[in-house]
Design a protein around this ligand. Sequence first.
Ligand SMILES: [Zn+2]
Length: 54
Amino acid sequence: MTDERERSVAICEGCEAVCTVWVTNDGDVMPVSSTSNCECPASALRVLDAETVG
Ligand SMILES: [Zn+2]
């Protein structure tokens, strides 16, 4: 079993908070830290494609 995951940046579609997240190879998105800017009970995190930054 591999535990591949990539660090990425996501934005909450609820409050537009941007936070750093882990994206697993299953497509799950989890905040890296519990101290994100988002306090939404059900976060709708949308992963931003890092390659589009800049
Ligand atoms: Zn939020």
